[in-house]
Design a protein around this ligand. Structure first.
Ligand code: GLP
Length: 242
């Protein structure tokens, strides 16, 4: 695991965007695994700026997002599909037909998840997987558990995740209780992984991810076993790692 210290959120975002743009420049038809949440927004904004300047071209890139709330269609403003269009895809020249998010509108969880796994496998898995980290160490929506998950599956969100994500909804009752998420095994199949984290609320999770035991109680800890994983975090998120 490579740990890159960033001064603050802006610095973290620029450094992460640099790594993503290098991937796209080196392999224009690469597969990117993408993440939602507040953390990657700054990196997406930076990539949009570089695209506008002509420095990076997404015409041949395809993307697979980690997760989606179960029950939300792609045009629901709270869906991750909508989030990706708004915060990234609409700002760059990616072909929307090459962007993929699990189908939250499909109530048949087994079918929706199996179809997503089939697509990610057919694409050959991401060249670079971008990840945020939950306050409890979750990646995608793989919550702390007694085993590491495998492929895409339907999860019950924990109270702490529902609480943390409620800031983006009008009321906590509006937060979906379930989500479809890529599994830990699928995430580990990416050829490289980039984790972004900022702020004091992530300090414990970042410490556990980098230096704690490898355990499904902290799903991100398995990233210690990946051969090409980079963590870009700001000083507050790295506060316990010194
Ligand atoms: C959600 C997403 C995760 C994300 C996490 C942290 O639960 N499913 O992919 O990493 O939130 O979000 P934030 O970056 O807003 O702290």
């Amino acid at each position: 695991m490579r740990i890159i210290h960033a001064k603050d959120y802006a610095d973290m975002s620029r450094k992460a965007a640099n790594i993503i743009s290098a991937q796209v420049i080196l392999k224009p038809d690469c597969v990117l695994g993408l993440a939602t949440g507040s953390t990657p927004i700054g990196a997406y904004e930076q990539l949009i700026k570089w695209y506008e300047k002509g420095d990076v071209d997404f015409a041949e890139v395809s993307t697979y997002n980690l997760d989606e709330y179960r029950g939300l269609g792609h045009d629901d403003p709270q869906s991750y599909h909508y989030f990706m269009n708004k915060n990234f895809f609409h700002g760059i020249n990616i072909d929307l037909a090459n962007t993929h998010v699990p189908d939250g509108a499909n109530p048949d969880a087994d079918a929706a998840c199996a179809e997503y796994d089939r697509m990610v496998e057919a694409a050959g898995y991401p060249d670079l997987q971008l990840l945020g980290i939950g306050n409890n160490g979750h990646i995608g929506f793989n919550e702390p558990d007694s085993v590491f998950s495998k492929g895409t599956h339907c999860v019950d969100l924990t109270e702490s995740t529902i609480q943390a994500n409620s800031r983006l909804f009008e009321s906590i009752d509006d937060v979906p209780r379930q989500a479809y998420t890529m599994g830990v095994q699928t995430i580990m199949r990416a050829r490289s992984i980039l984790v972004v984290a900022n702020g004091p609320k992530k300090a414990q999770a970042v410490y556990d991810m980098c230096f704690g035991p490898v355990t499904p109680a902290c799903p991100a800890s398995i990233l210690q076993l990946h051969t090409n994983c980079t963590v870009v975090a700001d000083e507050e998120a790295l506060a316990l790692c010194h």
